[in-house]
Design a protein around this ligand. Structure first.
Ligand code: SF4
Ligand code: SF4
Length: 84
């Protein structure tokens, strides 16, 4: 049976202009061999200067590729990534 992986990032910690700007870290993305993650602007975010957006997110866009190696969970310095 096809098993669905659920990969989440806590955006109250990393992303959306909160504590960590994912553009300054990228460790989870770099650790993921199947390249499950995508870095993108937060969709619909209100920006002071739309030409210099500050609200970014990393999203697990292709969770079906995840091998559950847990590298992203282990490397995140903020404990913001969850895989189940
Ligand atoms: S558990 Fe491994 S394969 Fe899955 S998203 Fe994290 S680093 Fe990628
Ligand atoms: S490793 Fe953690 S802090 Fe770094 S970009 Fe990924 S979710 Fe954010």
């Amino acid at each position: 049976m096809f098993r669905k992986n659920k990969i989440t990032i806590d955006y109250s910690i990393c992303g959306d202009g909160n504590k960590i700007d994912p553009r300054d870290c990228l460790k989870c993305m770099q650790a993921c061999k199947p390249a499950v993650f995508l870095l993108h602007q937060t969709i619909g975010a209100k920006e002071k200067n739309p030409l210099d957006p500050q609200k970014w997110r990393i999203t697990a866009l292709w969770p079906s590729l995840c091998t559950k190696c847990m590298a992203c969970v282990q490397i995140c310095p903020e404990n913001a990534v969850k895989v189940r």
